[in-house]
Design a protein around this ligand. Structure first.
Ligand SMILES: C[S@@+](CC[C@H](N)C(=O)[O-])C[C@H]1O[C@@H](n2cnc3c(N)ncnc32)[C@H](O)[C@@H]1O
Length: 105
């Protein structure tokens, strides 16, 4: 599973995101820490690519990754993007890639 972190202003990044490249948009999962998301073997998830247009420290992408979903996160602040990458890799170091793309192009 791949997590793509796009650094830049969401208004510019969304303009160039290919049509139909995401299936679901989530930002700030409301029940993280309160809700049991299960494990990869305990639940079946519908394949989907999740977009968080305001990635922040990456909780949405981290949970998507746990659920074996591709995800795209857009974040203005490169320091938050780097923090999100560290959190996702630390959360599940053996699964997939976290790609950071800098700039608004
Ligand atoms: C509260 S955090 C989001 C938390 C995140 N959704 C999560 O699941 O952990 C909001 C983030 O939006 C980013 N942000 C604000 N304006 C933005 C913009 N125009 N484009 C991209 N990111 C932006 C901020 O830098 C901040 O990190």
């Amino acid at each position: 599973m791949t997590v793509s972190i796009l650094i830049g202003d969401v208004r510019r990044r969304l303009e160039v995101l290919p049509a139909e490249s995401v299936h679901c948009v989530v930002t700030s999962p409301p029940y993280f820490g309160l809700r049991a998301y299960g494990t990869l073997t305990a639940i079946r998830t519908v394949p989907a690519t999740v977009l968080d247009p305001f990635l922040g420290s990456g909780t949405t992408a981290m949970v998507a990754h746990r659920l074996s979903r591709q995800s795209i996160g857009i974040e203005l602040n490169p320091d938050f993007a780097a923090m999100a990458r560290r959190r996702i890799v630390r959360d599940s170091p053996l699964f997939g890639d976290v790609i950071i793309s800098d700039g608004d192009s």
